[in-house]
Design a protein. Sequence first.
Length: 114
Amino acid sequence: MSKSMSGRQKLEAQLTENNIMKEEMALLDGSNVVFKLLGHVLVKQELGEARATVGKSLDYITAEINQNSRETVAQLQQEFQRAQVARQGLLGRPDPVLGGLGRGSRVYTVANKM
């Protein structure tokens, strides 16, 4: 479960970063120069191409977050079902306090008359 949470946190950070890039690129016009970092080198990139790349990244990251959420929900449902099965198994066992009496059995005491 913690792996999926840390993965989701990374995706959320990437989503935030890409949203900031999208907002900043919305302020640019055709006269501005945009560079893309490839390894250790800055490469000039067309503004339209950069906007398209960020848009595709946002789509991909959003899809990954949704997939991560579906997987997390499925895992939680499985854990819940296992817990219910275990609980049912425990309810079917005799209570150690009542001995062999099962659920719903009544205990009657008889007082000795003297």
